[in-house]
Design a protein around this ligand. Sequence first.
Ligand SMILES: *Cc1c(COP(=O)(O)O)cnc(C)c1O
Length: 422
Amino acid sequence: MTVILDCAIMRRNRQPSVPVDTESGLPRQTADRNLAGWPTAMTQRSDRMFLSSPHMSGREQKYVDDVFATNWVAPVGPMVTRFEEDLARYTGIPHVAALSSGTAALHLALRLSGIGQGDAVWGATMTFIGGVAPICYLGAVPVFLDVGHGDMLLDLDLLERALAEADRAGDLPKVVISTDLYGHVVDGARMRGLADQYGFVWIADAAEAMGASRNGVHAGVGADFAIFSFNGNKIITTSGGGALASADGDAIERARFLSTQARDPAPHYEHTTFGYNYRLSGLCAAVGVGQLEVLDERVAARRRVHDRYRARLAGIEGFTFSDEAGDMHANRWLTTLLIDPALAGFSREHVRLALEAEQIESRPLWKPMHLQPVFAGCRALGGDVAERNFDQGLCLPSGSQMTADDVDRVVDIIRSVRRQTS
Ligand SMILES: *Cc1c(COP(=O)(O)O)cnc(C)c1O
């Protein structure tokens, strides 16, 4: 059964009413495929359904127009400042530098942590390469720790044991990176406690966790540095971009300095150190200001998608969805499904190929870094859980434009794989 939803948000966006699925709150497919902004086109057979695509609200355009009208298109000016202030307000982290990518933000965080040649940097093995590569830019050496089975976050019990051992050996890391994978959020109070006890710099890689919180605080709060990404596939996007956030205003001022080629105050170009060209452009910041206004709606939409998958695939033997600790509000950037082939009778690869045949994109979870050829020589502490998650895990299409029918199509295909193999 469908009902017509006509809420204030939609009126504000001047979008026509569409039928909404009563159970999930997701929009239903409509016959009219030309409703601006509504996710009907991607359900057409000829079109591919993507894992996560950009979702503009329509508000971005007016900020982009402002930037054109005032000519602040370059990586400086009021729109960049406004985006930084909006991010600080939203996350509750007081100081923010808007940057060209999340990877750039991590590079700056590591540089500001004083990491150099040969230093060990610890972090979760299950992550995206952009959350690790900057360690190598600085000649430092990554050490990979295992993750938890349920939420795929850095295993803090393992971290705690490893820190105690490293302390005894006089071999403590200068920096530990936690990664808020797929929009789950690490236990910040516990991370802060460990950082204070063992004296490391805690960098929270919250690239996937905009809009996610735990214990009532946004991802990254309490860390020495938090990084965010606004890449095109993330929950909100600036087309490409990132941010570095910290409670330390001087550090963020320094990050801005380093992100604009480390130019000392002088009429000519004077340099006492070298920097990078990492600032976010005014045009991209304008898109970000518009996107941030709808972030809560985007989180709600992705959570609805997740809940529908979970409800429709409930009770299937061998299927596990990721946990959300009671005090966590994950943004469900991507819905992940673990399929144990011994119990289910088929593997995640069966499902991936069946979806692919229907022009639906899904993807294995991040391949653990300790299994990547580039890091073959690196130390790993544990890793079995990450390996099993990788073997069994599939990211399902999770975009905030998805309709209830889109989710159901994916579910039907997964169920048909089950029928065919049982
Ligand atoms: C996306 C991502 C990054 C890098 O962000 P970019 O903006 O793409 O450079 C870093 N870490 C994680 C976990 C990510 O998902």
